[in-house]
Design a protein around this ligand. Sequence first.
Ligand code: FES
Length: 103
Amino acid sequence: MEKINVSMKVNGKEESLKVEPRTLLIHALREHLEYTGAHIGCSSSHCGACTIDMNGKSVKSCTVFAPQAEGAEILTVEGIGSPDKLHALQEPLLFLFLICNLQ
Ligand code: FES
């Protein structure tokens, strides 16, 4: 299948990739661009593990084809907060990670 170019801004950085038209946005982000903060859970729009911000709206990226994100501004969990000052959404995840790995 012929690949097509898709350009988008991810976490403030211009990104470009070539994908098959049926490539899901979650796969484009994780496997092509290496933004692995969003996860693949159910792949059927139920769990929300793949949620990202696309053009200011919360989107389940397993329900969007990568070409539909052409020209979009994407924000993933990697794009919020910083290692020195975590975002309010990241702090509980770090706490859970620490608890799960101490047991
Ligand atoms: S992977 Fe579960 S909603 Fe997208």
